[in-house]
Design a protein around this ligand. Structure first.
Ligand SMILES: [Mg+2]
Length: 108
């Protein structure tokens, strides 16, 4: 009988787990964002205190995780637009490397 190697598709939760773990190693906290009456809210809030000359500056990013190649729904796009218009950063991450890159860019 031939050996069939099973490949498992990468899920959104796999990416979320990896990126959150890496973020935590860089000093971020990554709580889940749940808002039962508001559909389209993002998956997580990444927060950390960025050390600087004048003490600590708060840093906050809203993060939406997607499975590889998946795009935000219209409802999510609407929420992302609303948050961005208020000046909040929104990251949409559909692969772990992209998450690592964004964290490297914002974890000085
Ligand atoms: Mg998601």
């Amino acid at each position: 009988m031939p050996i069939v190697k099973k490949t498992r598709t990468v899920r959104e939760s796999d990416i979320e787990k990896k990126v959150c773990k890496h973020a935590q190693s860089l000093g971020w906290i990554t709580p889940k964002f749940k808002s039962p009456m508001n559909r389209g809210v993002l998956d997580r809030i990444f927060m950390r205190g960025r050390p600087g000359e004048n003490g600590v500056t708060p840093q906050l990013v809203y993060v939406e995780f997607k499975a590889p190649g998946k795009k935000p729904t219209d409802q999510q796009d609407t929420v992302h637009k609303q948050y961005r218009e208020m000046g909040f950063p929104v990251w949409v991450i559909d692969n772990a490397d992209e998450g690592y890159f964004l964290l490297a860019m914002h974890s000085d």
